[in-house]
Design a protein around this ligand. Sequence first.
Ligand SMILES: Nc1ncnc2c1ncn2[C@@H]1O[C@H](COP(=O)(O)OP(=O)(O)OP(=O)(O)O)[C@@H](O)[C@H]1O
Ligand SMILES: [Mg+2]
Length: 220
Amino acid sequence: MSNNIICLENVSKSFDNGKTAALKDINLQIREGAFVAIMGPSGSGKSTLLNIIGTLDTPDSGNVMISGVDILKLKDLNEFRRKTIGFVFQLHNLIPTLTSRENVEVPMYGTGLKPGEMKIRALELLKSVGLENMADKKPNILAGGERQRVAVARALANKPKIILADEPTGAFDTKNGEIILKLLQNHQKTLNTTLIMVTHEKSIAKQADHIINILDGQIK
Ligand SMILES: Nc1ncnc2c1ncn2[C@@H]1O[C@H](COP(=O)(O)OP(=O)(O)OP(=O)(O)O)[C@@H](O)[C@H]1O
Ligand SMILES: [Mg+2]
């Protein structure tokens, strides 16, 4: 049995009725527990690739196997995604009307956890990112780096096998970027999580097990 948790075969994706080819015949295998950095210029297809791996988007052609599941044949992608994948986006995407704790609880809905259990887990996660004292605060009063740490806690809510991070450190100074990277790497190492991170920063990419360079929708 292969220990590749992600396997893409001949994956292509275009937008605007085929006018914009975002990914061209991508073949990619990523083994379980790896830290992979994705690099490439703006518009090269990095986010499109991440969205396909994350089952937020589907390819026009090709095969996508994630954690042994053929996602093109799967009926309930939402449930699969919630259980298997944690996302951290460049902009934190927190829900402004919810507190930090409630934001971290969002992915836990529908997993069978009781409200009290969700609360305990969310507080543990906030503690792990150094924000237990911010649990009742809403995103608007948090600093940028703190918001992103809440987003990291949310991504880890269901102990996902795969974490997809699209420039999670991009909007921050080096120190906050370093904190966010360490949090994600710590999770990757201790739980054998697969971490895939889009980054423009060579200093971050250097710490990955592999670097994937994308140019014009192709892996170089
Ligand atoms: N939803 C969409 N509708 C139309 N075109 C899109 C869509 N998403 C991406 N594209 C196009 O596909 C190409 C790849 O975009 P993508 O967002 O994957 O690039 P990227 O490498 O993530 O860039 P950046 O570094 O700026 O985030 C671009 O030409 C982009 O304009
Ligand atoms: Mg992008």
